[in-house]
Design a protein. Sequence first.
Length: 244
Amino acid sequence: MIHPIDGVASLAAEGSADDLRPMGPITAGMSSDTRDDYGPLLATVYDSLAWAYSAGAIGACKRWGVAHLQPGSSVLFAGAGSATEVVDPVRGGVHCDIVDRSAAMLSRARKRLQRCGLEHQATMYETDLRFFEPGRTYDAVVAHFFLNVFDMTTMLAMMERMQGLLRPKGLLIVGDFAMGHQFLQMLYHDLPMHLFSRWTDSALHEIHDVAAAAQTHGFRLTAHRFFRWGRLGPPWFGSWVFER
Ligand SMILES: C[S@@+](CC[C@H](N)C(=O)[O-])C[C@H]1O[C@@H](n2cnc3c(N)ncnc32)[C@H](O)[C@@H]1O
């Protein structure tokens, strides 16, 4: 059931499992659900933290990912946060739906789109992706630094969920930490993961092998690029474009 309010919608969950979160009613785009694990403070600093920690690599990774979206196509941004990378596709004529369960993150996304005069050209859903039932499929689903929030089992289930939201031959675009076994690389991945797991519901896990996970679901890799810390540093971020 979808209740759009001020360009933001909440999905009321039915038949939820224990760890799923039915969202409360929304007022002016803000949920009354107190279990927003990001909250206003983290939502405010998140983008700056991501920029500083990756020395720009996360932004570059996300820009490369959305460059694969076609004007006129319909795209779902899963766990979109403040939706930094949504502005350009919306401007370019991509029909964007945004799903995130954090009211604070969505509030920033909405303000960002408002500043650009684009708030009526994207639809936001404040919900857990596991409850999201839009009654349609998308040409592409973008998951930027979203799968990394989950442990391996849940990550695989989320990927399957996104697969179900894609039309045949639709694209799954993932940006995330790149797989690796070097000590420093694992340390670099684990540090924010431990911090976020204390502050949010993020799980503790090893670096996900995104390509291998997608392969188990039958996705076909069509494009891939690594992104270096500060352009010249180690290539510890990746973007993958898969076809369903
Ligand atoms: C690490 S942040 C990434 C945000 C954004 N994609 C980016 O790259 O800046 C993860 C986001 O996923 C959202 N999230 C976590 N679990 C979710 C779920 N089950 N359903 C929907 N959103 C979720 C969080 O609220 C948060 O905004």
